[in-house]
Design a protein around this ligand. Structure first.
Ligand code: ELE
Length: 214
């Protein structure tokens, strides 16, 4: 688990923002990943919310080696193997009930489990997880929550996600216990639907520029 933490830390250092992407047609995934990589956001979380998700992960993993594709919305133990087989470089969950946490602790790729409370964060830290998704961040205390937990839990790093946008991202990124933030604002549903990759690349470039402000 310790070496997995190092690998995950290196992934999360690649960019200030992880685009959280829901893909309904896997055919867009390679061009989308190229656009995000070009813009400076190589770490991409593909949510397992659609039937195209595993194909999209697989396509990105094979065709865009500069990208680090993660599987998001992993809710069940059975999805761990599926996503690793598809080529996911790491796994992200929105929340992490104990049985899922146990299965994730045995995964062969790094995992960023989701949590919302101090007790959940402590339980995950106790299992060896060092980088946690704080979800849903904005409605669960946001920046103030992260500031408060840094004192008692100084060794944990978070990727707050949920309700974060371009305007609020910088205040999260300025915190010492925030590795990066996640969000969907880079890949809005209408741009995804119409395949407007130029707009997505513009939003991604703008998000990547947040690095300099922290
Ligand atoms: O489905 C999951 O597992 C998730 O990870 C949830 C997403 O991270 C949020 O839905 C982010 O959405 P926004 O609030 O629009 O940025």
């Amino acid at each position: 688990m310790a070496s997995e933490g190092t690998v995950l830390r290196d992934y999360l250092r690649l960019a200030p923002v992880i685009p959280v992407v829901t893909i309904t047609d896997a055919r867009i995934s390679i061009d989308l990943a190229h656009a995000l990589v070009r813009a400076g956001l190589p770490v991409i979380e593909v949510t397992l919310r659609t039937s195209a998700a595993l194909d999209a992960i697989s396509a990105i993993a094979k065709a865009v080696p500069e990208a680090v594709v993660a599987a998001g919305t992993v809710l069940a133990k059975s999805q761990i193997r599926e996503t690793i087989d598809a080529g996911a470089k790491f796994i992200v969950t929105p929340g992490t009930p104990p049985k899922l946490a146990q299965a994730l602790s045995e995964a062969t790729v790094p995992v960023m489990p989701g949590c919302t409370t101090v007790s959940e964060a402590m339980a995950l830290a106790d299992m060896g997880f060092s980088h946690l998704k704080f979800f849903p961040a904005a409605v669960s205390g946001g920046v103030a929550w992260l500031k408060s937990v840094h004192g008692p839990l100084p060794n944990l790093l978070f990727c707050p996600t949920g309700g974060i946008d371009r305007a609020s991202a910088a205040s999260y990124l300025s915190l010492p216990n925030v590795a990066c933030v996640g969000g969907t604002w880079i890949t809005p549903a209408d741009a995804m639907r119409s395949g407007d990759l130029a707009e997505i690349e513009r939003l991604a470039r703008d998000a990547a520029s947040l690095r300099g402000q922290t």
